[in-house]
Design a protein around this ligand. Structure first.
Ligand SMILES: [Ca+2]
Ligand SMILES: [Ca+2]
Length: 220
């Protein structure tokens, strides 16, 4: 099983193991939630007090369980990925090197941790990422979020669906035509960009690589 499948399975187990997932607010009687999911508005002070207590207990329980899920997800994220310093309100999360890479799976994992496959918008961002990757041995390539699968030669960011704003091609690139539809930071090109196949199945150490998630950090 590929590493990304393992991560998705593990996170799925974590989430599904939570009793909160089975919680459906639509099934909670209205005398508890009220039509607007508020405590029942009744004249009897005793009934009103009980209703408010039940409402608050339900809300606090749901919030605690949700926070627990978030904590476990963030713990798995920070354990699994190599994390970059902050750059312009975001961090970059580098997957462990692997012999297998499927673009759709990488994209799903990035979204699971609150981000997306990296979208390079400037020379400064490109150089920041290059410096981060240069301190990360073991990667021949690192997948970005840009692809020209839909429109050959027109590189689009998969998440924001906007044209790729900055591509610093490595020497001799791009050279893949319709066979190489994804962009990678390429170690042999000093981590400048190479167009290459969107999915890799080469079972050889020479081709171990990974992908990079860009994750906005709230409050920064
Ligand atoms: Ca970016
Ligand atoms: Ca190429």
């Amino acid at each position: 099983m590929r590493w990304s499948s393992i991560l998705l399975s593990a996170l799925s187990v974590v989430i599904n193991a939570s009793p909160w997932v089975g919680f459906n607010p639509d099934t909670v009687p209205n005398y508890i939630w009220g039509n607007a999911r508020q405590p029942a508005d009744v004249d009897d002070p005793v009934v009103s007090a009980v209703s408010k207590t039940l409402h608050n207990q339900k809300r606090e329980t749901a919030e605690m369980k949700l926070q627990n899920i978030i904590n476990r997800l963030e713990s798995a994220r920070d354990t699994y990925f190599k994390v970059s310093p902050l750059f312009d309100g975001a961090r970059y999360y580098l997957s462990p090197p692997s012999f297998f890479l499927i673009r759709k799976e990488a994209d799903a994992v990035c979204r699971l941790i609150g981000g997306y496959l990296v979208e390079v918008d400037s020379a400064v961002e490109h150089d920041f990422i290059k410096a981060f990757l240069s301190q990360s041995p073991g990667y021949k390539y690192v997948l970005t979020g840009a692809t020209d699968e839909a429109l050959g030669g027109n590189w689009l960011n998969g998440y924001s669906n906007t044209p790729a704003r900055y591509i610093k091609w490595g020497h001799g690139e791009p050279n893949g035509g319709t066979d190489e539809n994804c962009l990678f930071f390429w170690q042999e090109l000093g981590f400048d960009i190479n167009d290459w196949a969107c999915s890799s199945h080469r079972n050889t150490l020479e081709y171990a690589g990974g992908f990079l998630c860009e994750v906005p950090i709230p409050g920064i």
